[in-house]
Ligand binder design. Structure first.
Ligand code: ASP
Length: 501
């Protein structure tokens, strides 16, 4: 390790304090001056792009280095199995905790499902000649209908005409109007609707995924395409195989291994540099998302959290218990680390996860901090963390269990023991299948809902605060990854003394 890569302790405390201040200031600006805060998002977007530009090369080289460092294939197999077994067990602990909490708090009991069907809503359609679209207007105030709509995820269904309206995401929704981009019949053909009618249904536009599609998507087909699409799992599979074969070709492979190692070190050095921009970036991300939430909820974001308080508290409490009790016990007694010191060193990682909502975007910082500050061996971190960012999502799994049970309770559907076990298992699979990007868990939640026959539309009820829950579950996802790396590191024989970190 060159000296350059080791940030001086002073700089780290400056970084930690400035990151905490950035999160608070961003949140305050978002709450009190949403229009300005939304403009400040540009700093966050630039920071996010700079992080993401490092992610794909970092995952590839760190995975190859991770494998080549291990040397022999039996060692790789052992480490791989240990890692998978560990990740799976902590995810199972998280889902069981989620289920226990739901059974204690019953967050959806006596709460009413947000209606998605408005049978008596009268409407008329007015063409907007310049944009080529139209506006769906309501002679009566339809606030209940219009306030629940998320233009990015919902579309409108005219019940009496059997046609779908795609909402224009650039237009403004008011209690009496919804801008529509185009109208389609049920087979997806463009259609001109009759201009008046009665009866509206709000439908959720959600990407459908199947288990076979998910499995297929894990197998690499074109690594450049996977790199462009930031489709990480096939890249990991490719690098695992490539790295393993590279170690078997002896002397011929050595120059390439040296090149890959040099790239790895250079990328980590870039991350250290990027951390100087992190306070501004994190400020922009926080301000932008709170500002957005304030603007899109008529009564403000806090009111929205309060409306869904029982659901939010159940998820957040679960995440808190998993992160600060279960994982801390593991960190202390299994990895034999000082939890407080370990956590303090990881604060930049925790705050990055919270403000980006992406395990993948956080990965460069996780690897840098855990090796530089917490002295986990690079050999282990390079292998365990990229894998963790993709498949280990304790927070997401816990959230999926709570969300599923909440939706069931709200619809007054009782799930028996067998169904609850199905929820536990599919939530575990759903968390493994979710990509490490913002709100990916919301997509795989559909699979969990479907596994027990719950209405997918139920997602609409938790949509408005999902971006916030996503930040919190991402924080626990990445915290679970680094605790996992320290456990595996311990069992790989790296005994870090208390005074070393
Ligand atoms: N955003 C989460 C992550 O990156 C995934 C999720 O949506 O739960 O870890």
């Amino acid at each position: 390790m060159s000296d350059f890569q080791k940030p001086a302790p002073k700089k780290t405390s400056y970084l930690v304090y400035s990151l905490i201040v950035a999160v608070i200031l961003g949140g305050l600006l978002g709450h009190y001056a949403p229009p300005l805060a939304v403009k400040a998002r540009i700093f966050g977007d630039i920071f996010l792009s700079l992080l993401f530009v490092l992610v794909v090369p970092l995952i590839m080289v760190s995975m190859i280095c991770g494998v080549t460092n291990l040397g022999d294939i039996r060692h790789l197999e052992r480490l791989g199995l240990k890692t998978l077994a560990y990740y799976l067990s902590t995810t199972l602990l998280a889902v069981i905790l989620g289920l226990i909490l739901v059974d204690i708090f019953n967050p959806g009991k006596n709460s009413h499902a947000t209606p998605t069907e408005f049978l008596s809503a009268r409407y008329s359609i007015v063409q907007t000649p310049f944009s080529g679209g139209s506006v769906l207007t309501f002679p009566d105030n339809e606030e209940l209908l219009t306030s629940t709509i998320d233009p990015k995820r919902n579309h409108i269904f005219l019940i009496d005409q059997n046609i779908i309206g795609l909402i224009d995401t650039y237009g403004k929704i008011t209690p009496r109007s919804i801008p529509i981009m185009r109208w389609l019949d049920v087979s997806g053909r463009k259609i001109e609707p009759s201009i008046t009618g009665t009866g509206i249904r709000v439908r959720s536009e959600v990407k459908k995924i199947t288990v076979s599609e998910t499995v297929k998507s894990y197998v690499p087909r074109n690594i450049f395409q996977s790199m462009i699409e930031e489709n990480i799992f096939p890249l990991i599979v490719f690098c695992l195989v490539f790295g393993t074969v590279l170690t078997t070709i002896g002397e011929k492979g050595k120059p390439l291994i040296a090149v890959v190692e040099a790239i790895n070190v250079t990328i980590i050095k870039c991350v250290v540099l990027l951390m100087y921009l992190a306070p501004v970036g994190i400020f922009g991300l926080m301000a932008g998302s709170i500002g957005d939430a304030e603007l899109s909820n008529p009564d403000g974001f806090i009111a929205e959290i309060v409306r869904l308080a029982r659901y939010a508290i159940t998820v957040l409490l679960g995440l808190l218990i998993h992160g600060s009790i279960t994982l801390i016990i593991i960190l202390k007694f299994v990895a034999r680390r000082r939890p407080l010191k370990f956590f303090k060193n990881m604060i930049p990682q925790v705050l990055t996860a919270f403000s980006t909502g992406s395990s993948m975007a956080t990965l460069p910082i996780s690897i840098t901090m855990i090796t530089e500050k917490n002295k986990v061996s690079e050999k282990v971190a390079d292998f365990v963390l990229p894998l963790g960012a993709t498949i280990n999502m304790d927070g997401t799994a816990l959230y999926q269990v709570v969300a599923t049970m909440f939706i069931a309770q709200t619809y007054n559907i009782t799930l028996g023991l067998t169904e609850q076990i199905i929820v536990l298992l599919t939530a575990t699979i759903g968390s493994i299948g979710a990509a490490g990007i913002p709100q990916a868990g919301l997509v795989t939640l559909i699979m969990v809902l479907k596994s027990v026959g719950l209405p997918v539309e139920g997602i609409a009820m938790i949509l408005s605060i999902d971006w916030f829950i996503d930040r919190c579950r991402t924080t626990i996802n990445t915290w679970g990854d680094v605790v996992g790396a320290s456990v595996i590191d311990y069992y790989e024989g790296n005994r870090v003394r208390d005074d070393e970190y």
